[in-house]
Design a protein around this ligand. Structure first.
Ligand SMILES: [Zn+2]
Length: 175
């Protein structure tokens, strides 16, 4: 993520991003937020709720993994873990480049992009490998991988997350 936007999030949530100052022997947060700016709003929204429901949480690593926003953290509670899952699910239909509605793209590796960013960047993406992304797969291997990831993603969004969401929302309101 570009430094300006990243620093904005660091400044707004100094406790959640505390580990950014630790050496790489202790955390991956020292590498910064390893995804593009399109997901900044998701991170912002999640952090604003985490401050209330899981104030002791500390992010260890944030990156794009298989086209989804993956956030790893220390000191999580049940609400915190649920919110990190929500962030992952939301990224699944949010363009990583611009933040508009996006969907999974059948590239040699998995990315979530809107139609515009997909057509604008396709040739560039086909040639370069973004940081933290899945290695380039070719032919049948790539097709099988995409199919598997698509199935995984649908499963995450449709079943588990909705069930967990209902449980956690109920809990928040009964406190
Ligand atoms: Zn886009």
């Amino acid at each position: 993520m570009d430094k300006k936007l990243q620093n904005k999030l660091y400044k707004k949530y100094p406790n959640i991003f505390k580990q950014r100052k630790l050496p790489m022997s202790q955390t991956c947060m020292c590498w910064g937020i390893s995804c593009s700016r399109g997901w900044a709003n998701i991170i912002d929204r999640i952090c604003s709720i985490l401050e209330i429901v899981n104030p002791e949480i500390e992010f260890i690593q944030i990156k794009e993994k298989f086209g989804l926003l993956a956030i790893y953290a220390d000191n999580t509670n049940e609400n915190g873990r649920f919110l990190l899952e929500c962030a992952e699910s939301m990224s699944g239909n949010t363009c990583e480049i611009c933040g508009e509605y996006g969907k999974i793209r059948d590239l040699p590796w998995i990315l979530t992009l809107c139609d515009d960013c997909y057509s604008k960047n396709k040739s560039h993406i086909m040639k370069s490998l973004p940081i933290g992304s899945t290695p380039i797969l070719k032919g049948k291997e790539a097709k099988d991988f995409t199919k598997k990831e698509k199935a995984n993603r649908n499963k995450v969004v449709s079943n588990k997350t909705i069930r967990e969401a209902l449980k956690s929302v109920k809990k928040l309101f009964t406190k």
